[in-house]
Design a protein around this ligand. Structure first.
Ligand SMILES: *[C@@H]1O[C@H](CO)[C@@H](O)[C@H](O)[C@H]1NC(C)=O
Ligand SMILES: *[C@@H]1O[C@H](CO)[C@@H](O)[C@H](O)[C@H]1NC(C)=O
Ligand SMILES: *[C@@H]1O[C@H](CO)[C@@H](O)[C@H](O)[C@H]1NC(C)=O
Length: 250
């Protein structure tokens, strides 16, 4: 999608104007954002200014227009407003959505000539995972077939900056020495009992997930703990489970 935008931009810059003022802006979803465009005020000619946008998959959209002379008309939709400010033509977007990501252009039309004055690539950023670390501790004692082993995974999160709604989910994967892809072996339920919140509000939250299993010699391999949150999955570094007695058979 970005490639299409850049391509459009290059074509536009190449064809229409050598001095298109272009910038990039990133804001969080739900934020308000203002885009401004310099409005040359001249009484000699009556130019018109427009804000338009190109959002991937849509035809160009008209967002509002004004004149070069002072004019107090306002174009207003529930989330977008265009209006004059001293020396500028302003586009205000209220409570941005992810779908507002796109190219925004301010254009000037003077009789039969059209000039791109300003292009802004606006990116709306979704919530970010608040997980700061996924720590796996290897079992301390050597493991023999028939033993019970407990693997532990600690998930540290920044409780202050909790941006994703809902709890995270935790999974265990195992990559055996003979398998190319790790396979899912266990998913934790969402009890929340694993988490301890420190009393201070600014300290991180720590959740400890344990997975116990009675091992047989075929359970050797690398065990990964993975945390799914905010539509992303974060893996721990993995714990290698070596089973005594296996080595001699190689
Ligand atoms: C956008 O501009 C308006 C009017 O100038 C101002 O009141 C508002 O604070 C600005 N908002 C942002 C996010 O800059
Ligand atoms: C995990 O591995 C990376 C790269 O090998 C290392 O930088 C990081 O410190 C490791 N994390 C933990 C918790 O051991
Ligand atoms: C939490 O978010 C705020 C604002 O985004 C940031 O300034 C702060 O550093 C973050 N806190 C931590 C512990 O990352």
């Amino acid at each position: 999608m970005l490639t299409v935008f850049y391509l459009l931009l290059i074509l536009t810059v190449g064809r229409c104007s050598d001095d298109l003022n272009f910038d990039m802006k990133t804001v969080g979803v739900g934020d308000d954002v203002n885009l401004t465009c310099t409005r040359e005020t001249s009484s000699e000619y009556k130019a018109t200014f427009f804000w338009i946008r190109l959002v991937s998959g849509n035809i160009p959209e008209f967002l509002g227009g004004t004149y070069s002379f002072d004019y107090n008309g306002v174009n207003k939709t529930p989330r977008m407003t265009t209006k004059q400010e001293p020396g500028t033509f302003l586009l205000q977007i209220h409570e941005t959505k992810l779908s507002d990501t796109g190219l925004y252009y301010c254009i000037k039309i003077n009789e039969l000539s059209l000039t791109f004055l300003k292009g802004t690539f606006l990116r709306i950023k979704g919530p970010e995972p608040d997980i700061t670390a996924v720590i796996q501790v290897p079992p301390s004692d050597p493991v023999r077939p028939g033993d019970s082993v407990t693997l532990q995974c600690s998930v540290l999160s920044d409780s202050e900056n909790k941006t994703c709604p809902g709890e995270h989910s935790v999974y265990w994967f195992r990559a055996g020495s003979d398998e190319s892809h790790p396979s899912l072996i266990y998913a934790h339920g969402n009890s929340g009992d694993e988490c301890e919140r420190s009393p201070q509000t600014h300290s991180p939250q720590k959740c400890v997930y344990s997975f116990s299993k009675k091992v047989s010699s075929s359970d050797a391999g690398t065990y990964y703990c993975a945390v799914a949150t905010c539509g992303e999955i974060l893996f721990g570094n993995g714990t290698k489970l070596e089973i005594e007695g296996n080595c001699r058979t190689f």
